[in-house]
Design a protein around this ligand. Structure first.
Ligand SMILES: *[C@@H]1O[C@H](CO)[C@@H](O)[C@H](O)[C@H]1NC(C)=O
Ligand SMILES: *[C@@H]1O[C@H](CO)[C@@H](O)[C@H](O)[C@H]1NC(C)=O
Ligand SMILES: *[C@@H]1O[C@H](CO)[C@@H](O)[C@H](O)[C@H]1NC(C)=O
Ligand SMILES: *[C@@H]1O[C@H](CO)[C@@H](O)[C@H](O)[C@H]1NC(C)=O
Ligand SMILES: *[C@@H]1O[C@H](CO)[C@@H](O)[C@H](O)[C@H]1NC(C)=O
Ligand SMILES: *[C@@H]1O[C@H](CO)[C@@H](O)[C@H](O)[C@H]1NC(C)=O
Ligand SMILES: *[C@@H]1O[C@H](CO)[C@@H](O)[C@H](O)[C@H]1NC(C)=O
Ligand SMILES: *[C@@H]1O[C@H](CO)[C@@H](O)[C@H](O)[C@H]1NC(C)=O
Ligand SMILES: *[C@@H]1O[C@H](CO)[C@@H](O)[C@H](O)[C@H]1NC(C)=O
Ligand SMILES: *[C@@H]1O[C@H](CO)[C@@H](O)[C@H](O)[C@H]1NC(C)=O
Ligand SMILES: *[C@@H]1O[C@H](CO)[C@@H](O)[C@H](O)[C@H]1NC(C)=O
Ligand SMILES: *[C@@H]1O[C@H](CO)[C@@H](O)[C@H](O)[C@H]1NC(C)=O
Length: 361
């Protein structure tokens, strides 16, 4: 045991100086003791590269979006939403955080990662900008939680975690700018890379030819026709409000329309939508609502070609923490299996369309 003898030597050396010395750490752990090699902050597999490059594409759009919003709307338009000059400075600061996050991921990808693209946004007001930022940072944050502990490179995962905790704060601040209850859940969900890429892909219109191809699938677009909306009741920026619930679990019905697969989408129209590998019909059997620690299936009610509805489910995580709340996800599936947070990506093979972001509260 080289490790033990080194410790013994060190202890002996210290003892020779008459100093009380720390014992070795508890057994176990990974790369957490004196024999651990120096960490290398690089992708260690294709899985790592593709996951981190997807995250880099997300950081690039956030950098563009925060600057774009500040340039697009006047200080007076922000003021009218209760976002004063000091709060506008916070949006500028968040853009600068994205400079750091994209630099970090570019460094981990050793210059082989994506460069910044051109983006398309469809908001017209400060309120809609703020809601879009809350939605975009939600799938950015959840997209990383879905793969973080599956990365081969734990050193890279450590750095990515340290940037995504910052993004989580941004997500909450945009809810506050919208005057919503800032965190109406007890846990933040993860989603798979394919789900995150499906949600991100419509906003990329042109990317440099040398950008690495994103090797996660894009599923057909899912629209919630009666999606609640943070902008609807004209709330002003606030640290916290008691805004009433947007939906009633077990009662509210969501209406959906979705695309057929085989459509050319995303930047330069260079990707084509697909359904999950196990899907044999374009008609879904279930909606799966993904939030907190839960993926909840409810029966799908087909009402026409590519239209249908699902009830919003009830259910709690623990105590009185209703699963459905905040900015969350729902998708259409054929016979989805039961999953838990660490194997949630096993849902990919059963996706017919989506997911979409569901603004539940
Ligand atoms: C020290 O860390 C290494 C590498 O992670 C591990 O294989 C080993 O079991 C650890 N040793 C002890 C005593 O925990
Ligand atoms: C969501 O959380 C807020 C804040 O706790 C609560 O007022 C609201 O009733 C919740 N919504 C649902 C649908 O449970
Ligand atoms: C996308 O189109 C732009 C503009 O024509 C071009 O510069 C760029 O190289 C194209 N990217 C890809 C991935 O084809
Ligand atoms: C949100 O709701 C408002 C008012 O109902 C509507 O004008 C707006 O288009 C909606 N915005 C989005 C992004 O759905
Ligand atoms: C806010 O909501 C909580 C939980 O429903 C309630 O107990 C409290 O009285 C409300 N406060 C105000 C000021 O509306
Ligand atoms: C999608 O793009 C491919 C390759 O450019 C092309 O052959 C195909 O016709 C396009 N499909 C549709 C539905 O536009
Ligand atoms: C999904 O497809 C794979 C490969 O065809 C097959 O082995 C597996 O049994 C299918 N799973 C389900 C639940 O249908
Ligand atoms: C299915 O949708 C139709 C049309 O909205 C509605 O009348 C019907 O009650 C729904 N059925 C179920 C089982 O949800
Ligand atoms: C669905 O599509 C088929 C074939 O295009 C058509 O015959 C049928 O009327 C459509 N049904 C509805 C409810 O729109
Ligand atoms: C929703 O329905 C389920 C199953 O019918 C029931 O167990 C649950 O208590 C209901 N939840 C609410 C909030 O009504
Ligand atoms: C949600 O997930 C938690 C944690 O796994 C579990 O204890 C709880 O029963 C789940 N809730 C429902 C309604 O399935
Ligand atoms: C996911 O993990 C849970 C245990 O946490 C297990 O019950 C379930 O069968 C797994 N799902 C799949 C599709 O493997």
């Amino acid at each position: 045991m080289l490790f033990k003898s080194v410790v013994a030597l060190a202890a002996a050396a210290s003892a020779a100086f008459g100093l009380p010395t720390a014992p070795p750490p508890p057994a176990g752990g990974v790369d957490a003791n004196a024999t651990a090699p120096p960490p290398e902050y690089v992708a260690m597999s294709d899985f790592d590269f593709q996951s981190l490059n997807l995250a880099l594409n997300q950081e690039w759009i956030e950098l563009d979006l925060f600057h774009y919003g500040l340039a697009r709307f006047s200080p007076e338009e922000f003021e009218a939403q209760g976002i004063d000059a000091e709060q506008q400075h916070l949006i500028e600061f968040m853009a600068n955080q994205e400079v750091g996050h994209s630099t970090l991921l570019s460094n981990i990808l050793q210059g082989r990662g994506a460069k910044q693209c051109k983006y398309r946004y469809n908001f017209e007001t400060v309120q809609e900008f703020v809601q879009f930022c809350a939605i975009l940072t939600r799938f950015g944050e959840s997209g990383v939680y879905g793969f973080l502990s599956h990365l081969d490179s734990r050193p890279a995962a450590t750095l990515l975690l340290q940037s995504i905790t910052t993004e989580a704060r941004q997500q909450m601040i945009f809810r506050q700018f919208a005057g919503a209850f800032p965190m109406p859940v007890w846990f933040e969900t993860g989603i798979s890379q394919a789900m995150a890429w499906t949600l991100l892909s419509p906003y990329l219109i042109e990317c440099p030819a040398e950008n690495p191809r994103i090797e996660w699938p894009i599923f057909p677009t899912l629209n919630i026709q009666n999606n609640p909306n943070l902008t609807a009741d004209g709330f002003q920026s606030a640290v916290s409000t008691n805004r009433t619930a947007f939906v009633t679990p077990n009662t509210t019905e969501l209406y959906f329309e979705y695309d057929a697969p085989g459509k050319n989408v995303s930047y330069n129209n260079s990707y084509t939508t697909v359904v999950g590998a196990n899907v044999t019909s374009e008609v879904p059997t279930h909606c799966v609502y993904i939030n907190q620690l839960n993926a909840t299936s409810v029966p799908y009610n087909a009402t026409g070609n590519n239209t249908g509805s699902c009830i919003v489910p009830g259910g709690v995580v623990f105590g009185d923490d209703g699963i459905v709340n905040g900015t969350m996800f729902v998708g259409l599936f054929q016979n989805p299996p039961f999953v838990t947070p660490y194997n949630l990506s096993k849902l990919n093979d059963f996706i017919v369309a989506g997911p979409a972001v569901f603004v539940a509260g």
